[in-house]
Design a protein around this ligand. Sequence first.
Ligand SMILES: Nc1ncnc2c1ncn2[C@@H]1O[C@H](COP(=O)(O)OP(=O)(O)OP(=O)(O)O)[C@@H](O)[C@H]1O
Length: 231
Amino acid sequence: MLSVENLSLHYGQSQILFDVSLKAQRGQVSCVMGTNGVGKTSLLKAVSGVLPISGGTITLQGSPMQTLPPHQRAQNGIAYVPQGREIFPLMTVRENLQSGYACLPKSEQKVPDQIYELFPVLKEMLNRRGGDLSGGQQQQLAIARALITKPKLLLLDEPTEGIQPNIIQQIGRVISFLRDEGDMAIVLVEQYFDFAYGIADHFYAMKRGAMVLDGAKDEVDRDTMLGLVAV
Ligand SMILES: Nc1ncnc2c1ncn2[C@@H]1O[C@H](COP(=O)(O)OP(=O)(O)OP(=O)(O)O)[C@@H](O)[C@H]1O
C-alpha cells in the first residue's frame, strides 16, 4: 500500500530525516514510535505533502506521490490527522466534516452514517462550533473529517495526546475497527506506549531522524521497544 524509501528532509540547512524507509500494509496498524523531536511528525508531514522532501520516494499502491501537492495526495487517498487536531474552531462540527468533501466527487459528498456510528457524540453536536468541543471530541472530529475523504491511507499523529482515558479507549476501538475492515493502511505516530503496543501490528522506532527498528509485533521484543521510546 504505502512505501516510503530513503526519505530525507531538511528544515533550511538542518537535515531532520536521514534515509528513512517505511512500509504500511492494508488492514494493518503500523506504529512509528520515538522520543520527542526524533522526526515522527516530520515524516507524516512529508508523506501527506505538507513538507517538501529533499530525497527519496513515497509511493501509494505503486503510484509516486512525492511530486504531488497535498490536495492531490488527499484525492489519491492519503488522509492526515495532525498532532493538535487542527480542526476549524469557528466552524460548526457539520462544517468541519464538510470540509472533507473537497477531495470527493459531488455525488459522494455526504457524511456516511458510519461516521456517526463510530462517533455518536458528533451527531449530537453538529451545530456546535468546533472550538467549543472538548479536546477528546475535537480529536474524534479530526479523525471523522479524515474518514470522510474515504482514505486508503490514514496517518494519525499522536491521537491520544492530552485526551481523557475513556475517549482514548474509544479512539482505540475505532482504529481497531478500521484496521479490521481491511480497506485502509493506518500509520500511527504515538508516544503512549501501552496504547500503541496494544493496537499495532508492525512497529517502527526512530532515533535522531533515522529508523532504528522495523519489525512485526511478534518479532519485536517489548522491552527493547520500550527502551527505544522511553523518555
Ligand atoms: N519548522 C521547523 N523548523 C525547524 N526545525 C524544526 C521545525 N519543525 C520541527 N523541527 C525540528 O525537527 C526535529 C523533528 O521534529 P518533529 O516534530 O518531526 O519530531 P517528533 O518526533 O514528531 O517530536 P514530537 O514527539 O515532540 O512531536 C526536531 O529537532 C524539531 O526541533
